[in-house]
Unconditional design. Structure first.
Length: 256
């Protein structure tokens, strides 16, 4: 008797299944279950292998970063110029050996400060006190722009001796524009400045008497005239001459 689509006989009675049919259906179910388990296991193994590869790649990347950081620190340590790394708030996070030598400071004394001006009395290029806003690192933080070749007269830690430095500060930013570290570099230009001051002194003073010469007189006179015009004030000029000084100079020489 034929079966209906709902697996029943035409008269409504339940179908009769043979033992072979039952075993066949059970075998199919077992095979399906085995295949499902095998596929799930394969996917799990694939995920585990992918995770292991990702972890290995992460470890390799971290090791490369540590190696590059060590190389960079080694390069910074080998520089003859002072290098300090400042946080976004200006505090010193790292200083190389040259920086410690130039400033006459220990690492413990320098780290955590917000300036390489350890004594707090830095001078500017013209010899006037350097205000807090003129500090190169602070200026780089405020303006978000590099500060290059600023001249600072610093006193070494615990010393009255003043050293002249040429200082630059370079701010770093994250990809979203967030302020990062500031790299400050400086080197000693004391001898260069002394030579410059000596040349300037020779240019504006008489080599024999060390008195101001005509060049300095004209320079100061020009400044006085400009200030007089600006403030609407008069300028007095006093001229003094020595009679027959040229004859004495020519006859007896410069030593007299």
């Amino acid at each position: 008797m034929p079966l209906s689509p709902c697996w029943g006989r035409a008269d409504g009675s339940a179908p009769r299944l043979s033992v072979g049919s039952i075993l066949g259906i059970g075998g199919l179910l077992c095979v399906g279950l085995i295949v499902s388990i095998w596929v799930s296991r394969g996917r799990a193994q694939a995920r585990a292998r992918g995770l292991a590869l990702a972890l290995k790649e992460a470890e390799r990347t971290a090791e490369e970063l540590r190696s590059r950081e060590a190389q960079l620190r080694g390069m910074i340590e080998g520089l003859s110029v002072g290098v300090t790394l400042h946080g976004p708030d200006g505090q010193i996070l790292h200083a190389n050996t040259a920086a410690l030598t130039l400033l006459g400071a220990t690492r413990e004394l320098l780290l955590g400060r917000d300036s390489i001006d350890l004594e707090g009395d830095a001078l500017g290029e013209e010899g006037a006190p350097l205000g807090p806003g003129a500090n190169p690192v602070r200026a780089a933080i405020t303006t978000r722009r590099p500060v290059r070749d600023a001249v600072m007269g610093l006193r070494r830690a615990g010393s009255g001796e003043r050293t002249w430095m040429l200082v630059s500060a370079e701010p770093r930013f994250a990809s979203d524009g967030t302020p990062g570290e500031i790299v400050c570099t400086f080197n000693d230009i004391t001898e260069r400045r002394r030579a410059h001051e000596q040349i300037r002194h020779l240019a504006y003073h008489d080599a024999l008497t060390q008195l101001p010469n005509r060049e300095l007189f004209v320079d100061r006179l020009g400044v006085a005239l400009v200030q007089g015009q600006r403030h609407k004030r008069g300028v007095a000029l006093l001229f003094i001459d020595l009679d027959d000084f040229k004859l004495v100079n020519d006859a007896l020489g410069h030593t007299v």
